[in-house]
Design a protein around this ligand. Sequence first.
Ligand SMILES: Cc1cc2nc3c(=O)[nH]c(=O)nc-3n(C[C@H](O)[C@H](O)[C@H](O)COP(=O)(O)OP(=O)(O)OC[C@H]3O[C@@H](n4cnc5c(N)ncnc54)[C@H](O)[C@@H]3O)c2cc1C
Length: 442
Amino acid sequence: MSTGSRNFSKMPDSLWAATAPAGPDCLPLSGERLTELCVIGGGFTGLSAAYHAAEAGANVVLVEAAEPGWGAAGRNGGQVIPGLKLDPDDLERRFGAERGRRLVDFAGAAPDLVFELIAKHQIECGARRQGWVHAVHSSGAMPLEEDRVRQWQARGAALEILDRDQVAAVLGTDEYIAGVLDPRGGWLQPLAYARGLARAAQSAGASLHGMTPATRIDRKTDEWQITTPAGNVIAKQVLVCTNAYTEQLWPRLTRSLIPVTSYQVATEPLSGELRSRILPKGHVSSDTRRLLRYFCMTPEGRLVMGGRGHIRERESRKLYAHIIDSIHQLFPEASGARLDYYWSGRVAVTLDHLPKICELGPGMWSGGGYNGRGVAMATSMGRLLAKYAGGASADSLPLPPTVVRPLPFHSLRGPAIGMAVAWKLMLDSWEARATRGGGAHS
Ligand SMILES: Cc1cc2nc3c(=O)[nH]c(=O)nc-3n(C[C@H](O)[C@H](O)[C@H](O)COP(=O)(O)OP(=O)(O)OC[C@H]3O[C@@H](n4cnc5c(N)ncnc54)[C@H](O)[C@@H]3O)c2cc1C
């Protein structure tokens, strides 16, 4: 297996890696292991799948190339966001009324599972549930937001629209014309949560092996052999939970997802004065820009700002320029703050904005493609994958398994994403300027 530019021996230099409690021991696999279920990848999807399958009584071995939480799970913004990118009506149109309704319920309730697991296993990850604010950057984005609120309210969710003054009070910036407050959302320290899930999976009986990259998966009669550097796993079933980091392990799966790099910076702890003005009540937020910005305040008072960037996962400071600009623009009073941490990770994007369960072979499935909303969704998808491996019928699942569909022209994704990023940045700033200047936009 090619590991590309990935350095599995080191966690990224993120704020989360610097502040999370240590993870549990996960010794590398050696020798041969027979098991019912092998989970490949120790992010939220894989850890949740391993936990739920082991809790249901399955014999589970999880192999992780680095350590649990090394991938997007331990690098993200920690925003626990309900729902999918597509709205409830849209989902019911696509999947039919009955399955669509189940998918809407599944996605809307995804944060509940996260907070239940944290409470049940007493995971110390600073979890709070003050709500997620979708901040509206232009008048053109408003009708969609109003419609989304109406659709969720019709299904019993208590979303509310915040006007310009209300959103300014909640976020501490007057850059936005309105916002939608979704009380189902919240925040957690993502690496601490991933490590807590790893402990929960071990307590439920799963064997977790770090520094154990799966290098091949082969069908042997009616079982799968997963080859790793110092041993093999022979499993009846396999869950491939490597998401945007899959690479050569299963090239067709890799080519079905677009890996987009997302960047974050964290300031030094801010003064009490600034903390009382920026996100004073602990909300988290991402905005409606095409190239969205997302931000939160950590318990120790650091402002964390993130945003999407390019395809390459390079560690050049130039790639963070637009994130730093976002701090200057949204929170000018914090623009003098020292930046203590810079880090990035891969988001798995799908063309239709929907996550996927794919059937890769008999008894082998993958789960991923959360389009930047994986904290809650990956946790729920892991449970779904565990149920499916445990014998649940495809009909009983909210998200039907599909065949894996590699994207045509996947190899051209670099230049294509580069152009799309530049185009979206231009449209976003044009729209925001038009809105600020009172220009018409529809
Ligand atoms: C910077 C950033 C910010 C984000 N912010 C948010 C947010 O605020 N809210 C939100 O909801 N979502 C956010 N996301 C998305 C979210 O983090 C992901 O959707 C989620 O973590 C996906 O979890 P996962 O378990 O599927 O994948 P990952 O966490 O990426 O896990 C995949 C794992 O597979 C392992 N692996 C890969 N190849 C192999 C192999 N051959 N053998 C063994 N192991 C292997 C990797 O080491 C990795 O640990 C963000 C993502 C990024 C990158």
